[in-house]
Design a protein around this ligand. Sequence first.
Ligand SMILES: Cc1ncc(COP(=O)(O)O)c(C=O)c1O
Length: 416
Amino acid sequence: MSHIWHPYTTFSAIEKGLPPAIIRGAGCYLHDADGNRYFDAISSWWSAALGHSHPLIVNAIAMQSDALQHSILGNMTHFPAEKLAQALVELMPDMSRHVHFASDGASSVEIAMKVALQHAYLKGQPERTRFASLRQAYHGDTLGTLSLGFLDHFHEPFAPVRFPGSQLPVPPYDGSLENCIDAARKIFSEQGASLAAIVVEPLCQCAAGMRMYDVAYLQALYRMAREAGVMVIVDEIATGFLRTGTMFAFMQADLDPDIVCVGKAVTGGALPLSAAIVRDEIYNAFSDLGDSDGTFYHGHTHAGNPIACAAALAALAEYDKAPLRDNVRTMSDLMQTGIESLADIPGVTDARSLGLIGAVTCETTAQAQAAQAIMRDRGYLLRPLGRVIYLMPPLVTARTELEAMLDALRAGLSAA
Ligand SMILES: Cc1ncc(COP(=O)(O)O)c(C=O)c1O
């Protein structure tokens, strides 16, 4: 009997049989204890962007773990974290920033939210206590991040303790681009003065079912937030590191956010590490050098763990390489034509892609699940989001692998 409480897993699923026990990961594949090999079509919850056991990451982990496994960043420092902070800042449009490390994605969003609240307080605007986020937003499973949006039946028990916020409509799901901009403008004009920050998943709301939206909407939100003096927090935890074709999705909208949250693929998915990358204009307000103490009293034990930082530095070096970037470009084009060609399958109501994210919406959840089961028999690991079945393969996926995966998806959807 297993003593694991599996995340996002129902008792009925466990009752149907033990989940596969994965014993090895190599490249795009996971191998289970029964000798089966699966293509990791969801990059292990969108993190294993460079595939599994990438030799340069394995080597970086081994070397760092031999030298220093952990040391805190409170009143101390170490070179792997220093180098990683520098490398992350260099990826930003405006490099005057400081990096607050954490371990998982939700914690970095919590940091960003708390920075926004404390910054408003320090700037003599304590009335700025609310957050605006997108409808169906997902920023993690902690109570603070749950408050930013996503309210599905599985979050209902927590509804009474969510703090109030403003929810911005998302085109085309909640109306046309123009209507959504109008609705957002109304929210900013009525509530702008009470907003500490707007928090957005740029261009694709992944957990909500790969809801992709127009770059013009992101630009409009950014403009409105700037005009209302509202801080802009961009959550790149799912979309960062070339997933949407650019290093970060927000770059397609040509913005310069106040805080950028990263996680998941920052270490190539090998180890838990996340970060809130904060503009210096904000960071500088947290000083205790004047009359009062503005220090941000927040920290996680393993924030900036040296081994995780070393893995991240190796991953960032890979994201910078031309062959990987070329592969992302070529595979993104292939994903787009392949996914679009699925739109005419009976039962498919929508097919869309962005970079190396491909998604189709089925008429029913049963169809998505049936397609998943067929794909599983063909050796692909997928996890549909309700009626949406999606592919988010590692960025190192080869053409033949992506073609075969799209063929399998076509067969699965047609048979389902
Ligand atoms: C956009 C976004 N933000 C935050 C998170 C939470 O990250 P973590 O699961 O590492 O806490 C996720 C996870 O899927 C995500 O997609």
